[in-house]
Design a protein around this ligand. Structure first.
Ligand code: PEP
Length: 250
């Protein structure tokens, strides 16, 4: 289960939220793996609180380059130094607002895997694409664009997040059946690329307006391995309730 804090939470606010999340999970070490991804400047504050707890932390983006004259960018070795375990890649807000493409996601994926971190690769169709019956084609293209040419052993330790763009931050969630159908398809595509063992090992999260009230039904689907949570992860109470919903489906 991963919280995407987007561009919310100053370092001070992030410290308080991380503390609430960690306190809420104290003693629940046999539950699902939990991580939070704050904005870059808040990562050190979150680390201060989460080090030594069961909650991991990560970043929401990175540069494909290891260092260099790339003003405004953040390199993966910097994230390693900050103790990050995860990096979200190709979030739809980055694809739509900042022009990220399948090929930039692929380049970043190679860099993140090379550094031993776990990428969370986001894929998902827009409303127009769904209504035109193009969901599978779009998600296939995104999965192939990211994973083609990456060794199978590496793919098996990645996380994919299916996040239909029309469900992100809109309050409109995919039904469990809609989400499960796409998750099943993603696993089949991964299996075609890298074999069944790799496809089974790859965790596939659902994201898009997950709330305490709809989490249980989504997470009980056979191919939904957890959630990438945006808005609801900004409230410790909601995020903890969503983690609880996953525990009860395990
Ligand atoms: C996200 O930003 O990854 C996300 C799923 O957002 P929300 O939960 O707010 O729809």
């Amino acid at each position: 289960m991963c919280g995407n804090w987007k561009m919310y939470k100053t370092p001070g606010e992030a410290r308080a939220l991380a503390r609430e999340v960690a306190n809420g999970l104290r003693g629940a070490d046999d539950g699902p793996e939990v991580a939070v991804c704050p904005p870059f400047p808040s990562i050190p504050a979150v680390r201060e609180i989460l080090e030594g707890t069961s909650v991991a932390w990560g970043a929401q983006n990175c540069s494909p380059h290891l260092e260099g004259a790339y003003t405004g960018e953040v390199a993966v070795p910097m994230l390693v130094d900050l103790g990050c375990r995860f990096v979200i890649l190709g979030h739809s807000e980055r694809r739509q607002i900042f022009g990220e493409t399948d090929s930039s996601v692929h380049e970043k994926l190679q860099t993140v895997l090379g550094a031993g971190l776990t990428p969370i690769v986001c894929v998902g169709e827009t409303l127009d694409e769904r209504e035109a019956g193009r969901t599978e084609e779009v998600v296939d293209r995104q999965i192939r664009g990211a994973f083609e040419g990456i060794p199978g052993a590496e793919v098996g330790r990645t996380v994919v997040a299916y996040e239909p763009v029309w469900a992100i931050g809109t309050g409109r969630t995919a039904t469990p059946e809609q989400a499960e159908a796409v998750h099943r398809r993603i696993r089949a595509t991964l299996s075609g690329l890298h074999g069944e063992d790799v496809a089974t090992a790859t965790r596939i999260l659902y994201g898009g307006s997950v709330k305490p009230g709809n989490a249980g039904e989504l997470f009980s689907q056979p191919n939904i391995d957890g959630g990438l949570i945006g808005g609801a992860s900004l409230s410790a109470r909601d995020f903890l309730a969503i983690v609880g919903a996953e525990c009860s489906t395990e």
